[in-house]
Design a protein. Structure first.
Length: 480
């Protein structure tokens, strides 16, 4: 027996919207399988005596939509096995927002069943007419049951389908509010093109509260036109940088090069660290933006020179993150953070091997601050056993270097002080203390205590010239 499933679209509304060919197919069939009974055309045909087998009860069985569509497809393949040819009717057009149809098409060969799509009138045509919009301006059709903010292009017309009920509408609302203002006006369109068509425009925050939602409901979000609403959009930010560097842009931005921008990246990075140390989230967001500005400027220069673009930066980073996290994206296991670090270092070592580095110490940036560079050199050397096993010799080395510094004169003092600092960095490494962080903490402490002395003197209308070192020490102790 030849097995066949013919999928037909019921259109967006009642029988008046249905194509003649589809109507004749329905007339010729004794029994028709339909995704839902809640459709004007199905209700009209039932009134005329047509028998339908619907799948509404399956929606009640499952908490998620995916198993619903999988079961519908399975039941239809089974019906084709038993009856030879079945007709499956869905709202609108079969190839628009019908996941079960995609499953039928994808699994047709495996089930040795011929699956054909006979067509139907899409509700989208009626949506464009009802809303008076031209999709060629840029239009997205997204599924409300699996809406992700990353997919949304705010400068396009946005039609969200499958908004069946208040729960889905609430999820859609919360996702949209991450991209649009809470009071942004959206349209809730029901039964577009039919005699029952309704269009209700509401502020976004009311989407799940003030409208009736059903199987024929879609949500329309108009494209953002106001420039300030695009400030959260990455592509808009990139266009701002392009304009600054382009004709008629900013003279300062236009003359920057990779080399001239070096100092600004370092400065901005330190300002990020300061915001973190101050636990100031608002400032941290601003300073991270300044770091991102530097990245975008370098990417824009790279694009202008024809060497790389922002997309290349993102691509290389994404590939690296996936490659270096096999415990997340592959089948490698990592029980704790230490194992993650070990895997990371092993992968980096493999990559370094491919780069044919001449020394184990290669790979530490030349421009890194001296204390951090010393820390990284010592870590790399320790991996191959060039390290003490305990802290005793580390303390001895510090005392030795201190003595040599005390005895040194002239230019030798510079070298001996460097040796002393290098030994102190080694001590920090043994205790798993970041020396840069430790010194920064002391700098902040010194700053606050010295500011206390300044404030105390100012309150007494005194200057530093008016007090002795002993008096300043007393205020220092007060600050402690």
């Amino acid at each position: 027996m030849n097995k066949k499933i013919t999928i037909i679209g019921l259109g967006a509304g009642n029988l008046d919207q249905m194509t003649l060919g589809i109507y004749r197919l329905l007339e010729s069939a004794e029994t028709v399988y339909a995704r839902t009974i809640h459709h004007p055309a199905v209700e009209d045909l039932i009134a005329q005596g047509k028998i339908f087998i619907t799948f509404d009860d399956i929606y009640e069985k499952h908490d998620q939509f995916e198993p619903v569509y999988e079961e519908i497809a399975e039941l239809l393949f089974k019906a084709a096995e038993e009856n030879g040819h079945v007709i499956y009717a869905v709202p609108g057009h079969p190839l628009v927002a019908e996941q079960a149809v995609q499953l039928l098409l994808h699994n047709a060969d495996r089930n040795k069943t011929e699956v054909t799509v006979a067509g139907g009138k899409s509700f989208l045509d009626e949506m464009y007419t009802a809303l008076k919009i031209d999709p060629i301006e840029g239009c997205q059709i997204l599924d409300g049951t699996s809406l992700k903010k990353e997919e949304i292009q705010i400068r396009h017309h946005l039609v969200i389908v499958q908004v069946y009920d208040a729960f889905i509408a609430s999820e859609v609302k919360l996702t949209l509010m991450e991209k649009y203002p809470d009071d942004y006006e959206v349209a809730v369109v029901t039964a577009a093109g039919s005699s029952s068509e309704t269009i209700k425009r509401v502020p976004l925050f009311e989407l799940d509260q003030s409208v009736t939602l059903n199987n024929l409901t879609a949500v329309y979000v108009p494209p953002v036109k106001e420039e300030t609403l695009m400030y959260r959009d990455f592509s808009f930010l990139k266009s701002v940088i392009e304009r600054l560097r382009g004709p008629g842009g900013c003279p300062w931005d236009q003359k920057q090069t990779h080399v001239s921008l070096k100092k600004y990246l370092i400065e901005e990075a330190y300002e990020v660290l300061e915001a973190i140390d101050e636990e100031d989230d608002e400032t941290l967001a601003e300073e991270l933006g300044d770091v991102l500005l530097q990245v975008l400027l370098h990417a824009q220069i790279g694009e202008e020179e024809g060497f790389f673009a922002m997309e290349d930066v993102i691509s290389v980073l994404t590939e690296k993150m996936i490659r270096r996290h096999p415990h997340v994206f592959s089948d490698v296991s990592a029980e704790d953070a230490d194992e993650v670090v070990a895997n990371w270092e092993a992968i980096k070592a493999q990559e370094a091997g491919k780069e044919k580095r001449e020394s184990l110490l290669d790979g530490v940036p030349k421009g890194m601050p001296a204390i951090q560079k010393a820390f990284q050199f010592q870590k790399k050397a320790a991996k191959v056993g060039f390290d003490w096993k305990e802290t005793g010799p580390v303390y001895d080395k510090i005392l030795e270097e201190l003595k040599e510094f005390q005895e040194a004169e002239g230019e030798e003092q510079l070298k001996e002080l460097g040796d002393l600092l290098f030994s102190v960095v080694n001590l920090a490494r043994f205790y798993k203390i970041d020396p840069e962080e430790a010194l920064n903490a002391t700098n902040r402490k010194f700053y606050k205590r010295f500011r206390y002395i300044e404030s105390a003197l100012k309150e007494k209308n005194l200057s530093f010239e008016d007090v002795t070192l002993e008096e300043m020490d007393r205020l220092w102790d007060e600050a402690k």
